[in-house]
Design a protein around this ligand. Structure first.
Ligand code: ATP
Length: 233
């Protein structure tokens, strides 16, 4: 479904990715783990067209998307839930969800049914639909950010540190939702500091160390690797 081939991404003179390659197959869950500053977010931002790699190619469903704009990438079915959620704080919960479908130009009836779909997954959001998103708890904001992403019916959902700052019970809830989305046919690319959770949910995994992929394989094998255990678990 997605092939990132040897990309090098820079911010000015800072090189964040150095010939990094990953692949995501249809209906897989793939996790990328790595230390702070390894380049995990940059990988997702590069795929999403928020920053363009200087070299290398990104192919999605057979099409070269390396230099497309973010809105063009969203309409092809890739959506990104950024680290830190980035909800619109002054908009209501429902308005935030509607923003997720902005590029799709849905009819009012279709918009309503998509909202109801999100409210069925996240009943808490329905209770709070008129509340300003900035006043939600961290866990509720994470659910809102995921619901907003799902409003455009992505084929590939990219989640950047969804567990960050959440209590363990909420982390479990978020991971249960990821499993349900995957069971319903969504392909998931996940970036996590919580390596244990990320590897236990994934089919395959990559380890990123300062811009380079240092290990990859079936998630169970990466989880069992002594170097991974001592560095990340
Ligand atoms: P974390 O787990 O801490 O979020 P990460 O693995 O997601 O880290 P990135 O956010 O991709 O890492 O950052 C990779 C490198 O690129 C870091 O050295 C960071 O300082 C640098 N970087 C990221 N964004 C920018 C930017 N906008 N301008 C300059 N340097 C940046």
């Amino acid at each position: 479904m997605l092939k990132v081939d040897q990309i090098s991404t820079f911010y000015g003179k800072v090189q964040a990715l150095d010939r990094a390659s990953i692949e995501v197959g249809e209906n897989e869950i793939v996790s990328i783990i790595g230390a702070n500053g390894a380049g995990k977010s940059t990988m997702m931002r590069s795929i999403m067209g928020l920053v363009h790699p200087k070299s290398g190619t990104i192919t999605y469903q057979g099409e070269n998307i390396t230099n497309l704009k973010t809105n063009q990438i969203v309409t092809r079915g890739i959506v990104y839930v950024p680290e830190g959620r980035e909800v619109f704080p002054e908009l209501s919960v429902e308005e935030n969800l509607e923003m997720g479908a902005f590029s799709r130009k849905y009819t009012a009836a279709k918009m309503r049914s998509l909202l109801e779909e999100q409210y069925a997954v996240y009943p808490r959001l329905k209770e709070r639909r008129k509340q300003a998103a900035g006043t939600l708890s961290g866990g509720e904001q994470q659910m809102l950010a995921m619901g907003r992403a799902l409003m455009s019916k992505p084929k590939l959902l990219m989640l950047d540190e969804p567990s960050m700052g959440l209590a363990p019970i909420l982390v479990e809830q978020i991971f249960d939702i990821i499993k349900e989305l995957h069971a319903a046919g969504t392909t998931v690319l996940l970036v996590e500091q919580n390596a244990q959770m990320a590897l236990s949910i994934a089919d395959r995994a990559y380890v990123l160390g300062t811009g380079r992929i240092t290990m990859s394989g079936p998630a169970a094998e990466v989880l069992a690797d002594d170097r991974v255990r001592s560095a990340y678990l």
